[in-house]
Design a protein around this ligand. Structure first.
Ligand SMILES: [Ca+2]
Ligand SMILES: [Ca+2]
Ligand SMILES: [Ca+2]
Length: 481
């Protein structure tokens, strides 16, 4: 009986071994298929060569033997669901946690893996010959910097694929690939003991951890004075290309492949949510080991043009060309034109300078600002003033063929270089579409009570879920605070 069982076990073992061997063969079959595809291409080439071959009688008598060059394997490619981010302009950024005016338009990373709720962020980019720069403004209302594992604290992980090589793993050190994790605060023992006892920055990919101290970064509360980080945090960082051995120099017209993970510990126990550029993908959360899991293409462009508004022969159009009397109180406010520089062109990144922010301040009623994305806090137009002003009147000329988009139009005040609806103050909002394209003159008695207290930044934005932020002309009038 025992012998019979032994024989049965041996037979089972043989079958199992054959089964494993079959699995390996399946794997080999996949490789064979690739080879067959390549050969199929080679056959096509041969067929074409046959078609154009000269008659044998005219062939050169002593043709040298030709050794066919081996067909190189097809390089791995990035998938179709890559996101092209707004172009990073060339600028040298000050790493102080404050958004420089020279940054490019923002991208709102607000989609979270598995449909969960949690921290989101607005990311702004720039580059120069020495660095890639990012500012990530994170909304996270559940501060945590006590988790034992640093990736489980509130943090942002920046993934930089310097040469845009779609490697399938990070072991190929000839292709610089970085994972740099920056936490909202240094690791601490507990919410009440804020003495740092651990690192705030850490790394992966093939970044040499010995170089971490050479990455300049600054993390500040998203809202001034919110030392507990109850409303989130802002990270500003420079990634020196000199630390990326083998990286192609950064240049105007180039691009770098990136991704950003916003990790959010919500209840103190572990990471509760993760935002990525593309949160629902087979490779999501594998950016740490697979560079081809990154989903962002960051184009590099020329320096951003910064334009200061000034009264001119055409601006303000309400009084210059439309004959509307100047406001009874206050004077025309001028300053740096801020907001979305590149408007809608049919793509999320936008690509049309003609529909960018300058179109709302050119005195021309036929030109208009048209945001690349609706209802996004990175899509707005505004003015940055030299000091705080109190408004006396706002004049708005709607886009002529989009009068409905005046519904939900709103004016906001803030003292921050980053606009968001939960940190700025809404001063006025339109509850209806415009009847025609004439200037809408909104005096301060129509403002929301108690809001017109004086700000350095004024924003035009439309958060109505059925509308967009289009506007033909904007004029602000006020007095110094
Ligand atoms: Ca800065
Ligand atoms: Ca959190
Ligand atoms: Ca205009």
């Amino acid at each position: 009986m025992k012998k019979a069982i032994s024989i049965l076990l041996m037979i089972a073992l043989i079958i199992l071994t054959m089964s494993v061997a079959t699995s390996c063969n399946n794997s080999n079959d996949t490789g064979s298929t690739t080879v067959a595809d390549t050969q199929s291409g080679a056959s096509d080439t041969n067929a074409a060569a046959t078609t154009t071959a000269a008659p044998a009688a005219t062939a050169a008598p002593t043709a040298a033997p030709v050794t066919a060059a081996p067909t190189p394997p097809a390089p791995p490619t990035f998938p179709d669901n890559m996101i092209t981010l707004p172009t990073a302009p060339k600028a040298t950024i000050n790493i102080d946690g404050v958004k420089d005016d020279a940054y490019g338009d923002g991208y709102w990373e607000n989609q979270i893996r598995d449909g969960n709720e949690g921290a989101t962020g607005k990311v702004y980019s720039a580059w120069d010959d020495k660095n890639l720069y990012f500012l990530m403004d994170v909304t996270d209302t559940t501060p945590n910097h006590e988790a034992t594992n640093n990736y489980e604290r509130d943090c942002v992980e920046f993934f930089i694929n310097w040469n845009s090589t779609p490697d399938e793993d990070t072991s190929d050190t000839t292709h610089p690939y970085w994972q740099i994790r920056i936490a909202s605060a240094p690791a601490t023992e507990s919410p009440t003991d804020l003495e740092p006892n651990g690192e705030q920055i850490s790394c992966g990919g093939n970044f040499d951890s010995a170089n971490l101290s050479q990455i300049p970064f600054k993390v500040v509360p998203r809202v001034d004075g919110d030392t507990g980080l109850t409303k989130g945090y802002t990270i500003e960082v420079a990634f020196p290309i000199a630390l990326a051995a083998g990286a192609t120099p950064l240049k105007d017209g180039g691009s770098v492949v990136v991704d950003f993970q916003i990790g959010d510990n919500q209840d103190g126990s572990s990471r509760g949510s993760q935002a990525f550029l593309v949160p629902d993908d087979d490779l999501v959360d594998n950016q740490w080991q697979y560079p081809n899991a990154d989903r962002g293409i960051l184009p590099l462009g020329p320096a951003r043009t910064l334009t200061n508004l000034a009264a001119s022969a055409t601006y303000p159009a309400s009084s210059v060309s439309q004959g509307v009397a100047a406001p009874a109180n206050g004077s025309l406010l001028t300053g740096l034109i801020i907001g979305t520089q590149v408007g809608w062109d049919g793509s999320p990144a936008g690509g049309n300078l003609d529909t960018g922010n300058l179109a709302a301040y050119d005195g021309d009623l036929t030109t208009f600002y048209d945001p690349p994305t609706g209802q996004s806090p990175v899509s707005f137009v505004g003015l940055k003033l030299d000091k705080p002003y109190v408004l006396t009147e706002v004049r708005i000329c709607p886009r002529g063929d989009m009068l409905a988009r005046y519904q939900g139009a709103s004016i906001w005040g803030t003292n921050s270089d980053i606009f968001d609806t939960d940190t700025a103050t809404q001063i006025w909002v339109s509850d209806a579409a415009a009847d025609d394209q004439s200037f809408q003159c909104i005096t301060s008695d129509q403002f929301i009570a108690g809001t017109n207290t004086g700000y350095t930044h004024y924003i035009y934005f439309n958060g109505d879920t059925t509308q967009y932020g289009d506007v033909a002309e904007l004029e602000l009038y006020g007095t110094a605070k």
